[in-house]
Design a protein around this ligand. Structure first.
Ligand SMILES: [Fe+2]
Ligand SMILES: [Fe+2]
Length: 271
């Protein structure tokens, strides 16, 4: 085996700017780590200095969410905008998972922690490419529309705190994906968009495991530190994601991912 480390592989993905290039590199590096684990000779974890912000392509233009044009979801332009937004989320998610791998090597974790986030990064890489394929089918490429800036905000805010990162990214943001994806599938299904429906169904089925990885390792860290996971989760979300999660919740899928209702309902802001 070469002398590379997992942290170095993660940083290579984070510093790769081009979308499909990043996704392909991510898939190759995920395969290398998992093969080394299977062979019983895991690559060393190493340490790295991941960038504050991952490298990104020149396009799309990143705008303040308030400035991203809103299009009616029932129109073709609306559906293109949704797929473009999902592609943008998936590209961010590739970086989010590799960032967890590279950034927190000072916190001793079982190797299974790395397996989970490498697998999640591999899933996101496929999700991004699926979304690119759907966009291309509609005559569009990732980058052709504006996208939200500030999606890295949750990562920057929690760059010094692994439990906070797990609480905010997989357990709040990715759990939100479970809430909203069924509505998207219905929308594309009504429009007869066969490949978009298939791609979104794959994403929906696979995202449960990312929320579950978050819940699993958050609970693990709380158990190691003698903290009550529910209380710790409430504290961290109130501190780092003050808007809180928003209903309606997909209680069934959240339960499947190990998120009981008393984790998220008490965080809902009362109007
Ligand atoms: Fe995804
Ligand atoms: Fe995900």
């Amino acid at each position: 085996m070469t002398s590379t480390t997992l942290a170095a592989l993660a940083t290579e993905v984070l510093t790769c700017a081009e979308g499909r290039g990043k996704a392909e590199l991510s898939r190759r590096h995920a395969a290398a780590w998992l093969a080394s684990r299977e062979a019983g000779q895991p690559l060393p974890l190493g340490t790295a200095a991941p960038p504050d912000m991952p490298a990104r392509p020149e396009r799309p233009a990143l705008l303040d969410p308030r400035d991203v044009p809103r299009r009616r979801p029932g129109t073709e332009a609306g559906r293109k905008a949704i797929l473009h937004a999902v592609a943008h989320i998936e590209l961010n998610a590739i970086d989010l998972h590799w960032d967890v791998v590279a950034r927190f090597t000072d916190t001793p974790m079982p190797l299974g922690f790395y397996d989970d986030w490498v697998r999640a990064a591999d899933d996101e890489s496929r999700h991004f490419m699926l979304m690119c394929d759907c966009l291309e089918e509609m005559g569009l490429a990732y980058g052709d529309l504006a996208a939200h800036a500030g999606m890295w905000r949750a990562a920057s805010d929690t760059a010094h705190d692994l439990p906070a990162r797990l609480a905010v990214v997989p357990m709040v943001l990715e759990a939100r994906g479970l809430d909203v994806t069924p509505g998207m599938i219905e929308l594309f299904s009504k429009a007869g968009a066969v490949s978009a429906v298939a791609a979104l169904q794959t994403i929906y089925a696979e995202e449960v495991s990312h929320v579950a990885y978050g819940a699993k390792w958050f609970n693990w860290l709380c158990g190691r530190d003698g903290l009550d996971p529910k209380e710790a989760f409430h504290d961290l979300v109130r501190r780092y994601f003050p808007g809180g999660p928003k209903p309606p919740f997909n209680e069934e899928k959240r339960a499947e991912a190990g998120m009981p209702p008393d984790f998220y309902w008490p965080l809902v802001e009362r109007a």
